[in-house]
Write a protein that binds this ligand. Structure first.
Ligand code: M6R
Length: 598
């Protein structure tokens, strides 16, 4: 994971690198550091924690004598969170930062006695290895070639070598892009950030090995010139406005971004659906793939496709799919990813492409690596999502899947035109419905969050399309509040999980008014019978039994809008509970927004 930045020949190295690192903080915030360098010296400053801590430390340093800077924000993989394990790793001649994982670092460490054997960080091992090679070979390019040949894994390195005053970029798997304007260069692991600086960009390809010396760039991979392309202007906003947290702002933005996304689908994207998406319509099997919240969107997509189309559909965790044998049928894989950079999803996408299947990506990041790798992109227009906990990107993904399944269902005649129109109408009326829901439910969420504060654990149950909603509710709660939580399929409780229930637990029961509501109510009774406490979210008017803490009534739903109507209250409950717990809601412990390691 981690975010990396490099700047050459700008007049404001310090301010710009800190600015970019702050924008990269979503990739990890365990520690941060930067190296300012010139032909004469390398000055490195590192600190544990967020970029603001680093910013304070470098206040008194002048960047005037320096020609360039490399910086890093870390999400720890190998080695504890500490100043020592923070990047850059440096000596008098060399400084480097890395995003990714060096898989064979243990072998390298064992093989070269020059590398200390008590190092835990894979990048630090790589640093000692390169430093050793630079001492051994007089030509730094030769040392780097051996370095590149030896290390294995998914990584992006930014390296400065004082001896030949050169700046190197190495890529294998992890994203890294370069922009240039005359003598000024910017390097970043998030290309959308670079559009604030330059409008031309080069996305490094796997095995690229760039050397920048003065204003010259050479690709040591093949000595071919690199070709810059136009960088799309990003609409990223890093402003919380009047909200206390990005997460709350993003919850409130949902009606608007869903409206935008639906309008774009109606006016441009899903016009001529059958020609544009003939692969979707003609494949033998559809497999929906994602990680975390995006996987929950995939599960909801599976219920949509299953009910509204005649497609053979299933879903997979990206991290599992990559190591499975793929079906022999003509499959269409739909990858779902807010960032378009999640390594598990990206590797799964590359794997299915290598096996000659078609890949569609539903993503919120049009400049991402997945967009460049997939056969077709279906954008979501959630705009920048800053909070680590995904909210508006998730509901836009569901909207995308709802539209896709409606279109396919109409073509394969699984639904008739009046059902199609009815469902489409309810998707279009979501913004008004959700605006009211957010306002009405906020005080209820605050009340429920106080009850959760008294519990030892909080579970979520749901059946059918309510099941992935329960999983998502539980993920949201645990990731931002650290409360122990699980989500279960309601019908599964009696097969084991009900053993967890006692008077110290709260179970939030998702009970939409559908053909399964009576069975769901029975699952709730089974919990109450074991002294568990419950909160029931339903559009039905329900009687409160003893042990039922609350039964807030939600708006009337139908099959297609159920996930939106039940997810938003769960987001609000998690938010207000985490707020009362005083956790770092936008950047919860141990997590990062974009998970770019496997
Ligand atoms: O960028 P992606 O959608 O591929 O990210 C996938 C997951 O890492 C992400 O949804 C994660 O589970 C979020 N923290 C959930 O809130």
């Amino acid at each position: 994971m981690c975010g990396i930045v490099g700047i050459l020949n700008s007049n404001s190295l310090k301010t710009e690198s800190i600015d970019i690192l702050k924008k990269l903080e979503y990739r990890g915030y365990d520690s941060a550091g930067l190296s300012l360098f010139s032909q004469k010296r390398i000055k490195t400053i590192k600190s544990v924690g967020k970029i603001s801590a680093l910013e304070k430390k470098i206040k008194s340093i002048s960047d005037k004598p320096f020609d360039g800077v490399i910086g890093h924000t870390r999400w720890a993989t190998h080695g504890v969170v500490s100043r020592n394990n923070a990047h850059p790793f440096y000596d008098d001649n060399l400084t480097l930062v890395c995003n990714g994982i060096i898989e064979n670092y243990v072998k390298i460490q064992k093989f070269y006695k020059e590398i200390p054997n008590d190092i835990e960080s894979d990048t630090e091992v790589a640093f000692y290895f390169l430093s050793y090679l630079l001492n051994k070979y007089s030509n730094p390019d030769s040392a780097l070639k051996i370095f590149k040949k030896t290390i294995k894994g998914n990584y992006a390195f930014v390296i400065y070598i004082k001896k030949n005053k050169s700046f190197y970029l190495l890529k294998s798997g992890s994203p890294i892009s370069l922009s240039q304007n005359k003598k000024i260069f910017y390097v970043c692991s998030d290309s959308s950030i670079l559009s604030d600086y330059h409008d031309k960009i080069y996305h490094l390809k796997d095995n690229d090995f760039l050397k920048i010396n003065k204003d010259k760039i050479i690709n040591l991979k093949n000595n071919e010139p690199i070709i810059f392309e136009k960088n799309l202007k990003s609409l990223n906003s890093y402003d919380k406005g009047t909200f206390q947290h990005f997460m709350l702002k993003e919850i409130h933005e949902q009606p608007n971004v869903l409206k935008d996304t639906q309008q774009r689908y109606d006016k441009e994207y899903f016009l001529d659906f059958d020609t544009k998406f003939s692969d979707l319509v003609n494949s033998d099997k559809i497999i929906l793939v994602g990680c975390g919240t995006a996987y929950h969107a995939a599960m909801i997509g599976e219920y949509y496709f299953n009910k509204l189309t005649s497609c053979d559909v299933s879903c997979e965790h990206a991290s599992e799919l990559r190591y499975k044998k793929l079906p022999n049928k003509k499959c269409l894989f739909i990858f779902i990813s807010q960032s378009g950079e999640t390594m598990d999803t990206l590797m799964a996408l590359k794997y299915v492409k290598k096996n000659s299947h078609k890949a569609v990506v539903i993503t919120n990041s049009l400049q991402s690596t997945m967009v460049r790798e997939a056969d077709l992109t279906i954008p979501t227009y959630a705009k920048k999502e800053v909070g680590v906990a995904s909210t508006k990107a998730f509901t836009c993904q569901i909207l995308s899947l709802a539209n896709l399944s409606l279109q396919i269902g109409k073509i394969d005649k699984s639904i008739n035109i009046s059902q199609y129109n009815k469902y489409l109408k309810s998707l279009k009326s979501l913004p008004t419905k959700l605006n009211k829901l957010i306002n009405d439910f906020t005080p209820v969420a605050k009340k429920i969050s106080k009850k959760i504060a008294l519990a030892d654990a909080c579970y979520f149950i749901g059946r059918n399309i309510g099941y992935p909603i329960a999983l998502e509710g539980s993920l949201k709660l645990k990731e931002i509040s650290y409360m122990h939580s699980e989500g279960f399929a309601g019908g599964e409780m009696k097969h084991g999980p009900i053993a967890l229930i006692d008077k110290g637990t709260i179970t939030i029961c998702i009970i939409p008014n559908n053909e399964l509501y009576e069975k769901s109510l029975s699952n709730t009774q089974e919990i109450l019978a074991r002294n568990g406490r419950v909160v029931i979210l339903s559009s039905l008017i329900l009687k409160k039994n003893s042990g039922t803490l609350d039964t807030p009534q939600l708006p009337k739903e139908n099959f297609i809008d159920t996930p939106f109507i039940y997810t938003i209250p769960l987001q609000l409950i998690s938010y207000y509970f985490a707020l009362s717990e005083g956790t770092d809601i936008d950047q919860p412990r141990n997590l990062a927004k974009s998970v770019t390691v496997e």
